[in-house]
Design a binder for this molecule. Structure first.
Ligand SMILES: [Cu+2]
Length: 201
């Protein structure tokens, strides 16, 4: 390696190290604040179906929809779960949904649906972006590739791509309270796609 090249690389390494140190400190401070020790038992975790594929549809080959059938159940099942502080909720997301979690006591009527972000794919609906008391904002589903049935506007995304919108997002709840969980896809929220996580001490 030439000396100049080495000096440049070493300089970049030092700069990266300097950047990394405060990030590590922040991360460990946050981890310390949320540390509850080992947590077990039936209230340590809960699983919520966040949307569900309807019985009777045929998704082969990796389609998101079947013509003429209700394809996706826009609901959180169970609608309310209880865990203890420091536990997690595993949201199993089936299809095109956005997980949003709002702080203790937030009600659906508190959400400002006038604040939205446009979808990355213009064929899709807008996403709610109200930051007030928002404690978790999930993956933007409008950037995930998927195929739609021929009766719709598809294919969207690379051909022969699996339906990557189906996924799990695992969320930690360090503090007690009753937390609103909702779909951030605007028409889904307006349909009432909301649920609750009750966190006990
Ligand atoms: Cu949804």
């Amino acid at each position: 390696m030439k000396r100049r090249e080495f000096v440049e690389k070493a300089g970049m390494g030092a700069a990266l190290a300097a950047l990394a140190t405060p990030a590590r400190t922040r991360e460990s401070a946050r981890a310390g604040a949320q540390h509850h020790g080992p947590i077990s038992g039936p209230l340590a975790t809960a699983t919520v179906s966040f949307g569900a594929w309807a019985s009777g549809i045929n998704r082969r080959p990796n389609l998101g929809a079947t013509a003429g059938l209700p394809n996706n159940i826009h609901a959180l099942i169970p609608n309310e779960v209880t865990i203890k502080a420091g536990g997690t909720v595993n949201f199993i997301i089936a299809g095109f949904h956005l997980v949003l979690v709002y702080g203790d006591g937030t009600q659906p009527g508190d959400i400002n649906i006038g604040i939205t972000v446009p979808p990355t794919n213009a064929a899709l609906p807008p996403l709610i972006d109200d930051p007030t008391n928002r404690i978790y904002r999930g993956i933007d589903p409008t950037v995930l590739p998927f195929l739609q049935g021929p009766q719709q506007q598809g294919p969207i995304g690379p051909p022969l791509q699996p339906v990557l919108q189906d996924r799990v997002e695992d969320v930690h709840f360090p503090a007690p309270g009753t937390f609103l969980v909702m779909c951030g896809v605007l028409p889904h929220f307006l349909e009432g796609m909301v649920g609750y996580v009750r966190v006990v001490p």
